[in-house]
Write a protein that binds this ligand. Sequence first.
Ligand code: ADP
Length: 181
Amino acid sequence: MRLVLLGPPGAGKGTQAELLRDALGIPHVSTGDLFRQNIGEGTELGLEAKKYMDAGDLVPSEVTVNMVRSRLAEPDAVNGFILDGFPRTTDQADSLEKILAEEQQTLNAVVSLEVDEDVVVKRMLARGRADDTEDVIRNRMQVYLAETAPLIAYYGDRIRTVDAIGDIDEVHQRILRAVSA
Ligand code: ADP
């Protein structure tokens, strides 16, 4: 199963991706986590990404796409993956189509997690990650609306909409139903 999770920052993509990984036995590929891992290890990629992440801006697509391409080439992702945080722009979505086409693959489903803005801002402030200050959150929401929300139209009838308000396991069950339908 090749799956993309879409949704605004704080929608619970990371939490749901972990549950899906366990339920479906395919890796969770989070670009945010990959960047944070690189920052932790002090790699050149991490140093580059940090400048953008601290401001809540998108890391340049070239850096991001190459990182995703090599992650998806690892053996554990051959039979499927859950992408979380990528694609984040229609250009990245085009790049993803190309990466998959090179391996004669396509996406099986694109899940859109729906939440309202008040809920996600509260969740993120409670989470307290380095880029979860009010100004940075506000910028990430702007970037989401301008750059990422257009992916819903881009994927069109490939989108499965899931109500992401409710308890974690309830939302998980909704996603499983949405992807198996
Ligand atoms: P959230 O979904 O809560 O915003 P993420 O961990 O997915 O958190 O992303 C954190 C930051 O990492 C983003 O604000 C951005 O700077 C960077 N980032 C993650 N994925 C991408 C991507 N696909 N393209 C560009 N930047 C990205």
